[in-house]
Design a protein around this ligand. Structure first.
Ligand code: ZN
Ligand code: ZN
Length: 140
């Protein structure tokens, strides 16, 4: 049984997933903020994700290696994923029962605007540190 199940605003897209860690992450990069109207809060679910769609979801290639999944009907931001698969970060806002997943990581902290800050004490990574993690030899 997946730990979490959720939907987009209109219900056309439903997702089931089990996060790899019991934490929520957030990304402050300019692309995520524009795409999701704020810092993008996610669960790192690896490839342990089932996405079900009644009609169709949209996919936008946001870089050479990553893409974003969204509902074509209501516009909900659903997921960030690697184009070659294996790495799925689902929007935390798809789910209702998430109180036991504390905010644990903030990435692209160097792209966070100065006009907001989270009160939670978390790990942080710069964009450079994130790119270094994804370009490890086995994933290239
Ligand atoms: Zn929808
Ligand atoms: Zn981002």
């Amino acid at each position: 049984m997946p730990e979490l199940s959720g939907t987009c605003l209109c219900g056309d897209v439903t997702v089931e997933a089990t996060p790899r860690i019991h934490e929520m992450g957030t990304c402050h990069c300019a692309v995520c903020r524009k795409w999701s109207a704020g810092p993008f809060m996610t669960f790192d679910c690896g490839d342990n994700v089932v996405v079900k769609v009644q009609n169709s979801f949209g996919v936008y290639k946001s870089s050479q290696w990553a893409e974003r999944v969204f509902c074509k009907i209501c516009g909900t931001s659903v997921a960030w994923r690697l184009q070659q698969g294996g790495e799925y970060h689902l929007s935390a806002q798809l789910f209702e029962e998430t109180a036991n997943y504390p905010l644990g990581l903030q990435v692209f902290i160097d792209e966070k605007p100065d006009n907001y800050n989270f009160a939670e004490k978390t790990k942080t990574m710069t964009g450079e540190e994130v790119f270094a993690m994804f370009s490890s030899p086995e994933e290239s």
